[in-house]
Design a protein around this ligand. Structure first.
Ligand SMILES: [Zn+2]
Length: 180
């Protein structure tokens, strides 16, 4: 649920190895109802198969990157444009390492956007299965720990943050309060 800071909870593992990890610092800070809400959020990640989806996504992007490399290796302009006259596999790999940041520059915002979508799905689940107000309380406590995420530039946040900003998430959950 929370990426930085000392208080944390997350879902990890596969098959019989699945577990939800709660840091003891988190258990110290939250009351029982808030812990239940955070637990419901993590179970939401599990119910929506977010770990599996993330791995499929990363594997797809890796394959996409390799396909791109395979294609670039056969293009003369790829070498010429970067000042190389005699193409070779190892030069291609070096050049690819150089241009890779351009590729990830465009991919990163997509990954960040999908991650934030997952957080809302997990919040949805938590709001249905537990008290949304308790999740809001827990979020505010946790985000207060890492104060930086409270005042993030919206564009930077849209491109790189894997978690929605705290006020956005609280506003989202608040709407569920009034309808439940
Ligand atoms: Zn989460």
């Amino acid at each position: 649920m929370e990426r930085t800071g000392s208080a944390n909870a997350y879902l990890t593992g596969f098959g019989n190895n699945k577990r939800i990890v709660f840091f003891d610092t988190l258990l110290d800070k939250l009351n029982t109802d808030e812990v239940i809400a955070v637990l419901a959020h993590e179970i939401g990640h599990f119910k929506h198969k977010h770990i599996q989806k993330r791995i499929v996504l990363l594997a797809t992007m890796t394959l996409g990157g390799l396909a791109l490399l395979g294609w670039l290796m056969q293009q003369d302009w790829f070498y010429n444009g970067l000042g190389i006259n005699t193409p070779s596999t190892y030069i291609a790999l070096l050049l690819f390492a150089l241009v890779l940041p351009v590729f990830t520059f465009f991919v990163q915002p997509i990954i960040a956007w999908i991650s934030r979508k997952y957080e809302f799905e997990a919040d949805d689940f938590a709001a249905e299965q537990s008290n949304p107000l308790m999740l809001i309380q827990a979020l505010v406590k946790l985000y207060r720990e890492s104060a930086s995420s409270l005042t993030q530039d919206p564009l930077y946040s849209a491109c790189y943050e894997t978690h929605p900003q705290a006020p956005v998430r609280v506003a989202y959950l608040s709407r569920k309060l009034s309808t439940s």
